[in-house]
Design a protein around this ligand. Structure first.
Ligand code: GDP
Ligand code: MG
Length: 202
């Protein structure tokens, strides 16, 4: 098995992150964790790219639809439909509108447990309940309820891959192999070297 220091994940700063002038702050949060930035670009996504991106996980439609119905019922509210696939079609339609409204910044971060560490730094999907100290908890204020009433995607600043398998597929969708840089970061020795030799003089 390849060493976990090579694990990679895709992060995207969504259009609200750019418009809120949070690019630097968001990059800083991932950078200071010890992960290594190996690819970055600004682009205005097409509707086709956004659709491909969200449908990379074949389970996403069903999972997200079921999760949404459950959260409506938990609050004692009636979901917009009893069919999970109808619900996700609405969510996906709103995401396509939102994600193509302006530039996004796509990044690939590499390092030990990159997928899990990035999810932790990013915070839970719904800003109302994302923990303080996470990007979504600290920098935005949206909820599913209000975004659903207003008929728009939840403004949660970031996309971050949900699993290593999704990450590899998403990276291949957003970046060519040439756009990803294989380089050594001096700091990595402190994270990964077993011996830590060469710090003190002989
Ligand atoms: P993420 O990986 O944390 O972004 O969350 P998911 O993969 O579950 O969902 C992708 C995107 O779909 C989220 O960023 C939201 O924009 C949207 N979404 C997911 N779940 C819900 C939901 O229950 N309600 C609404 N309105 N949108 C949702
Ligand atoms: Mg996801």
């Amino acid at each position: 098995m390849e060493h976990q220091k090579y694990e990679r994940t895709l992060v995207m700063i969504k259009p609200d992150g750019i418009q809120r002038s949070l690019i630097g702050e968001i990059v800083k949060r991932y950078e200071q964790s010890g992960l290594k930035l190996v690819g970055i670009k600004m682009t205005v996504p097409t509707v086709e790219l956004i659709e491909q991106h969200y449908l990379i996980d074949p389970e996403w439609r069903m999972k997200t639809g079921l999760k949404t119905i459950e959260s409506y019922k938990k609050k004692g509210a009636k979901p917009p439909s009893e069919d999970p696939l109808v619900i996700t079609e609405i969510i996906l339609g709103n995401l396509k509108k939102y994600m193509t409204k302006g530039p996004v910044v796509a990044m690939v971060w590499q390092g030990m447990h990159a997928v899990g560490i990035v999810r932790k730094i990013t915070g839970g999907t719904e800003p109302l309940t994302s923990s303080m100290g996470t990007i979504r908890g600290d920098f935005t204020i949206d909820s599913y309820e209000v975004s659903d009433i207003d008929g728009r995607a939840v403004r949660n600043l970031i996309h971050a891959s949900g699993s290593q398998d999704d990450a590899e597929k998403e990276i291949a969708l957003w970046f060519t192999p040439k756009e990803l840089i294989d380089y050594r970061l001096i700091n990595e020795a402190m994270l990964y070297d077993a011996e830590l030799s060469g710090i003190l003089g002989q």
